[in-house]
Design a protein around this ligand. Sequence first.
Ligand code: G16
Length: 543
Amino acid sequence: MTLRTVATTPFNDQKLGTSGLRKRVPVFQQAHYLENFVQSIFDSISAPAGSTLVLGGDGRYYNREAIQIILKMAAANGYARVLVGQGGILSTPAASCVIRKYQTYGGIILSASHNPGGVDGDFGIKYNGSNGGPATETVTEAIFALTKQISQYHILDAADVNLDTIGTTQLGAMQVEVINAVNDYADLMATLFDFNQLRALLSGGFRIQFDAMHAVTGPYAQEIFVNRLGAPVNSVMNAVPLPDFGQGHPDPNLTYAHELVEIVYGENAPDFGAASDGDGDRNMILGKGFFVTPSDSLAVLAANATLVPGYKNGLAGIARSMPTSAAADRVAADLGIPCFETPTGWKFFGNLMDAGKVTLCGEESFGTGSDHIREKDGLWAVLFWLNVVAARNESVEAIVRAHWAKYGRNVYSRHDYEAIPTEAANQVIQKIYAQFPELAGKSYGRYTVATADDFSYTDPVDGSFSSKQGIRILFTDGSRIIFRLSGTGTEGATIRIYLESYEPDVAQHHLDAQDALSELIAIALELSDLKGLTGREQPTVIT
Ligand code: G16
């Protein structure tokens, strides 16, 4: 085995997005591309010699090849040990769990999350620190800076490591330990939820349907729901992880999880439906013929947290991303606990959790989690919901309607316009900016603009400042329209429009969100001239 130092030159497109670096597979397959980025991670974090790294991915195409390269680079960069998920697979929450449980220096997670995979699909890579959470903006900026000046990387010339058998292999001076993270993760869940109550529920006729979307959560869901909680085997569908996710789009929403949606809205529907995404950190919750918006989900879980063993002593606080609805704020106010509003991106929650300021966090993008780890956690959210259902002995729909009756309903929707040419997307944003000076006080039908601004955030723990985090049009009655460009897409730009209004009147709670928000939708399109500037008549996805 020889240690090689390879001369290289920078790529100019390795800027990290909302969650790590995401590009098409052929981009990552270019000579030196992955290596440059990995060396930049290693150089920026400068782990002390003898450190342990966690490594795994969501099993998408190029996962295995990338893991072999990273292992050889870790060996050449002085790591003493790497813990790898069996088959190279680790869900994102399981990676966070393992980093914390074995107190490693950090971890590298290979995933492009909910983006499609396959030979021409997406691939991604991100670094998580020793708290188990995504690297902060300060760290991601430092990694990006190094990618622009890299001139060499270190790698060990060695044979590939067997990733499929549990056990330890020597790679140069480094040990590679293949672990069964499914058990680590399932054991953690058993400490948070009432598994006896859940077993009684799931083996007692309450029917669930979980869609793993041929992505990473299949083995985890089978272990937890079927093996440990006694649900029938067919409760978990699309359970085998595939490198191209069965040619699906592993994004758990009403558009892409349509197979599950048809079951849950069909005849003889199960009592509960749920899905998770490519890397297992997102969740969608459905009752019988009923969709729970992620924003409402966070609020409902917060309001019912003391029914769940792991949270029986209450919550320190709640955090949500800015575009997420203010439903959770109402619960926080009622509980007398703080509620934090952060930019989009799970990395902004880590400091708040580490400082003990918040227990639950959530985002409108189907992410919910708590301080049990430092990532959002799809199966955790499903178990939390099931525990609340079991404890209250009520349906999902009944629980949400009771919640709205108590707190009022934050009617919410997000419209995505995907793969817009970057120039047209920038024109849309500029068009809105240009109107800022004249917006305050302007009326559109029954809505009057209170303020218009660009969201910025000062981290209350380390004082770091993040600007340009989304355009907010705030109306006098508390309604909001937010415009943001996605930081996770790989083709052109994705414009996201987030719409929210508040409805205290129970008699109006039956309304479909699109109908209830129709005026705000029209205002958003008028303000942005989105149709004129992009030629798009309809959103690609509505959630
Ligand atoms: C990532 C981030 C989330 C963010 C989401 C959408 O999720 O971790 O915090 O809300 O992207 O970001 P954007 O609106 O910029 O596309 P994931 O599940 O893709 O890792």
